[in-house]
Design a protein around this ligand. Structure first.
Ligand code: ADE
Ligand code: ZN
Length: 326
């Protein structure tokens, strides 16, 4: 349709994408074979059939299992280029991608292997598509602070290639306060800060992410809307929310796309953006997310333009680079 073409043609930045969550079942099988890793599925269809979740943890269990096929620098390179090719087709001109080093270092894959593969994939994306990219190192919040500090230490030789640190994995029971010191250390090293908060967790976790972590950008943030004072504060400070409509639907953060709060966020003055989170698991890349939100909530072209504009304003590009995209 016209709207589909409009969405794909709209230049946009992707700000919330877990590269391990872009591992399509076909590549999972290819890497399992290449690396002689066994996976508990007989076919691509069987893998897809397993992607039915009633909460975040259901997804995380299968997502960490899927990542086990990733072993070599070439695997991470191939994973990244597959994502960038797909993103470029959706009109993404800049992507700030998250990776979970602890998922790999816990299996004996070195931090250097992971990041070298991702960086070479980024260089290829820029050469092939002119798509620019930045890296966000995420700490797994179900692990302890000490493990996060060890990960930050492993990242030290690569700090000039990392834009930010983030916080992901199971939110409930793992509040931002658990990582206040490691976030302060990351900030002292010149890194920007993001955190998942208010996806399943309460508004107080969002408040902690602001007050105790000092985040520059909020991943998800949906449950902030339960608290009008917090919502007004986020609007006033110009905080960017990286919202992920299809993820919210698949993880039962919303009951239906018709109930998604994306337009309420915009009306509340929040700098909301649309992103794909883990597209291989949630049934769509970024243009699918724009389409689903537009259909579910009757967004018009002005809303879609505002969302795409917010994605550049909320990025970690410098002012000149942002201006070049607006
Ligand atoms: N890791 C990958 N996707 C995630 C999400 N949506 N929430 C928390 N952790 C994640
Ligand atoms: Zn996420």
């Amino acid at each position: 349709t016209d709207l589909d073409r409009f969405i794909a043609g709209l230049p946009k930045a992707e700000l919330h994408l877990h590269i391990e969550g872009s591992l399509e079942p076909e590549l999972m099988f290819a890497l399992a074979e290449r690396n002689q890793v066994t996976i508990p599925f007989a076919s691509v269809d069987e893998v897809r059939a397993a992607y039915s979740f009633s909460r975040l943890q259901d997804f995380l269990d299968i997502y960490y299992q899927g990542a086990e096929v990733l072993r070599t620098e070439r695997d991470f390179h191939d994973l990244a280029t597959a994502y960038f090719d797909r993103a470029a087709a959706d009109g993404v001109v800049h992507a700030e991608i998250m990776f979970d080093p602890q998922t790999h270092t816990a299996r004996g894959i070195s931090f250097d292997t992971v990041i070298a593969g991702l960086l070479s994939g980024m260089a290829e994306a820029e050469a092939r598509h002119g798509l620019t990219a930045k890296l966000i190192l995420c700490f797994l919040r179900h692990l302890d602070e000490e493990d996060a500090f060890a990960t930050l230490k492993a990242a030290e030789p690569w700090l000039d290639r990392i834009a930010a640190v983030g916080l992901d994995s199971g939110e409930l029971g793992n509040p931002p306060e658990k990582f206040a010191r490691v976030f302060a250390a990351a900030r002292a090293q010149g890194l920007r800060l993001v955190a998942h908060a208010g996806e399943e967790g309460p508004p107080d976790y969002v408040r902690q992410a602001l007050d105790l972590l000092g985040i520059d950008r909020l991943d998800h943030g949906n449950r902030s809307l339960e608290d009008p004072v917090l919502t007004a504060r986020l609007a006033r400070m110009g905080m960017t929310l990286t919202v992920c409509p299809l993820s919210n639907l698949k993880l039962c953060v919303v009951e239906s796309m018709e109930a998604h709060p994306i337009d309420r966020m915009l009306r509340a003055g929040l700098r909301a953006t649309v992103n794909s989170d883990d597209p291989a698991y949630f049934g769509g890349y970024i243009a699918d997310n724009y389409r689903a939100a537009a259909a579910g909530r009757g967004l018009d072209r002005d809303d879609l333009v505002a969302l795409a504009r917010n994605s550049f304003l909320g990025s970690f590009l410098n002012d000149d680079e942002v201006a070049g995209h607006l």
